[in-house]
Design a binder for this molecule. Structure first.
Ligand code: BGC
Length: 442
């Protein structure tokens, strides 16, 4: 189990980082046409259940965190205790000046055993949706953000031929309880990377993940354990087929309950750039995004999550240019990458784009303070060119459980004191809030 997007970067760096040469810098960007954003633009911050709630004990990820051997640096434990402190989180989002909060439902809480649905947990998430509305926040709700019920992983996770129907059944039940108040729904988070990432990873990491997965299967007495965020995928084609169909059936289930609710999926996208002749860029794009960008053409919008760019020659990926600002993983922080993927996603799908995640893992908040307005200026430029963008949701509201890296990598607009659960806004939080309040770049 792993943070797939971080490892995409890490894997690419490990695999071909020795290549000579440096990624090109783009020409200086002209000022944005108009600093104002359209009325009704969504300005938000995001979290995901397992990463902030704490004690998600019936989930596959919790199980993998505690199995021996595990690839997790540490267990998620109480996380940010957002299961109890969600009103604090929402007050924070509102006080910063944002109008949108993205969070996820935890399937493992709602359906802790197959077909046993918990009314109490559905009520919990209903209270969260109503809590958003009471504060004037648009709830953007992810039905599944990587973590799944342990029983689902013990049946092979997304590779199980029954997985799409099981997911659709959960979506139907959750939607009947919750859909009325949701502003935008996402079925899955970053499903496009499942099973393809392992091609890029260093062998030792892959082997460690396989050992963990095998240990989890042994402990549960099953043939195959595949968690929602598994890194080693036994049959990538089956898992991808399962996820594509799960999105389709999940979306249909939600739409059947509330046809006017916009439903989409969020895709992990790097800004893939081509250099020279016969660049590997287009092959990379097809492999990582092609099937999903085609699949979402019938959706109401496409959710885009971006953190980085990749620059491809005919031989591989170039390393960051000398002097580039980098994140905690050593990857380049490149502000125009967000607009790059937004333009591409819209060009291929024809759908409006919702930026469901964008941010940086760093302990240096000045990098975040630089990234946000720079990226938004280029995003606004793309919008002026005609790309419909519904909103910008920053990852993350608060430093949280960064999957396999535990609490060591910090993406938050707010820091977290793990002893008191106090959240403290960083300067970047106020900066994003000022832009949101003005609905314009300063
Ligand atoms: C995921 C988050 C993760 C973030 C930062 C995205 O890949 O949706 O769960 O924490 O990136 O790595």
């Amino acid at each position: 189990m792993i943070d797939r997007r971080n490892l995409l970067a890490a894997g690419a760096l490990t695999g071909i980082g020795a290549m000579a040469g440096a990624a090109p810098r783009r020409m200086a960007r002209p000022a944005p046409v108009d600093p104002r954003f359209p009325q009704g633009f969504l300005w938000g911050a995001a979290t995901a259940g397992h990463q902030v709630e704490g004690q998600n004990v019936n989930s596959d990820v919790w199980f993998a965190e505690h199995v021996t051997p595990t690839v997790y640096a540490e267990p998620s434990g109480d996380a940010a205790n957002s299961f109890n402190l969600w009103p604090t989180d929402m007050d924070l989002v509102r006080s910063l000046g944002l109008n949108t909060y993205r969070f996820s439902l935890e399937w493992a809480r709602i359906e802790p055993a197959p077909s046993e649905f918990s009314l109490a947990m559905l009520d919990h998430y209903k209270a969260m949706i109503e809590g958003c509305r009471a504060r004037g926040l648009n709830p953007v709700v992810t039905f599944n953000h990587f973590a799944c019920p342990r029983w689902f992983a013990a049946r092979g996770g997304w590779s199980n031929p029954q997985a799409p129907e099981l997911f659709a059944r959960y979506c139907d039940r959750a939607a009947r309880h919750l859909a009325a108040g949701i502003a935008y729904a996402l079925t899955l988070n970053e499903p496009n990377l499942a099973g393809v990432l392992q091609e890029l990873l260093p062998g030792n990491l892959l082997e460690a993940d396989k050992a963990m997965t095998a240990a989890a299967a042994r402990a549960l007495g099953v043939d195959h354990f595949e968690a929602g965020n598994n890194l080693s995928i036994r049959d990538p084609a089956a898992t991808q087929a399962g996820l594509l169909r799960a999105h389709k059936l999940g979306r249909a289930a939600i739409k059947a309950v509330r046809p006017d609710l916009p439903v989409g999926v969020s895709l992990a996208m790097l800004d893939e750039q081509a250099v020279g002749r016969n660049s590997l860029r287009d092959a990379k794009r097809e492999r990582y995004y092609g099937p999903w960008l085609r699949a979402v053409r019938g959706d109401d919008f496409v959710g885009v999550q971006n953190y980085e760019r990749s620059v491809w020659t005919d031989k591989g990926k170039l390393p960051p240019p000398p002097g580039a600002r980098t994140n905690m993983m050593g990857a380049e922080v490149y502000p125009p990458s967000l607009a790059g993927v937004v333009r591409y996603a819209h060009a291929v799908t024809g759908r409006p784009v919702l930026v469901t995640e964008h941010g940086v893992g760093t302990d240096d908040d000045t990098i975040r303070q630089w990234l946000i307005p720079e990226a938004l200026a280029e995003l606004k430029r793309a919008m002026a060119e005609g790309v419909p963008v519904l909103g910008y949701i920053h990852w993350s509201l608060v430093d949280n459980f960064e999957w396999v890296f535990g609490y060591r990598i910090h993406f938050g607009l707010c820091s977290l004191d793990r002893a008191t659960f106090a959240r403290t806004p960083k300067p970047s939080a106020h900066l994003l809030g000022r832009i949101a309040r003005a609905n314009a770049l300063g």
